[in-house]
Design a protein around this ligand. Structure first.
Ligand code: CA
Length: 226
């Protein structure tokens, strides 16, 4: 696993690099924003650790550039700023985790390992499938620009299917991800909710986005033939 660290405070950077290398990670360190972005752009890292206050480009600017490139690399933000507004801004820009200085290296390591275990995920705040638009922050859903009002469970189901358009999810997977552990009903609850979703999402349109794969489950497709 290869990690990029962008941190201008040499002392902090050295501690992190030494600690991560002791854990057998390959680590590249950059000490300013510009070289940090160049490294992030040039190499396909498994994880990037970004300080926010950097000479050259800020950590947030680097993060925005990374996400604009559609890179799904996990990004951990490291910063002395603990204001909530900053956290929200960086999560919206596509950060995966946030650690406030000063921190214990042990905690950094736990977070690094957790992010690497999870791997790249689609964290875009707006998911588009065909002409369907799902805003994961506001939980607003639109099709062809028209707002669709969904219940909480309908929304959760739609968002889950939309995380991987074209992938077929079994009823069991859907139950496990959309309903909680206390759910002991029948798996046909999924069929009921898919039916509700179809009425709201597909009925008024010629192109149907919700697909049934007989005997397997459901998927959300962008309407173009596979
Ligand atoms: Ca700094």
């Amino acid at each position: 696993m290869r990690i990029l660290l962008v941190e201008d405070e040499k002392k902090v950077a050295d501690i992190i690099v030494r600690g991560l290398k002791a854990e057998r990670f390959a680590v590249d360190a950059c000490h300013d924003g510009q070289s940090g972005w160049e490294a992030a752009n040039a190499y396909n890292y498994d994880l990037i650790i970004l300080d926010l206050m950097l000479p050259g480009l800020t950590g947030t600017e680097i993060l925005e550039k990374i996400r604009r490139k559609n890179s799904l690399v996990p990004v951990l933000i490291l910063t002395a700023r603990d204001a909530m507004a900053d956290k929200i801004k960086n999560f919206e820009a596509g950060a995966d985790d946030y650690l406030t200085k000063p921190f214990a290296f042990a905690e950094l390591l736990l977070r690094v390992k957790a992010l690497l275990r999870r791997g790249p995920v689609n964290r875009a705040s707006v998911i588009r499938v065909g002409d369907l638009e799902i805003d994961r922050l506001s939980q607003n859903v639109k099709r062809a620009g028209k707002k669709i009002v969904l219940t909480a469970k309908e929304y959760a189901l739609l968002e889950y299917l939309a995380t991987q358009p074209g992938r077929v999810f079994s009823r069991t997977m859907i139950i496990e991800h959309v309903w909680d552990q206390s759910f002991e009903g029948l798996t046909n609850i999924v069929d009921v909710y898919v039916r509700h979703l179809r009425e709201k999402v597909d009925d008024a349109h010629t192109i149907k986005l919700l697909c049934t794969v007989r005997g397997v489950g459901y998927s959300l497709n962008d309407g173009t033939p596979a």
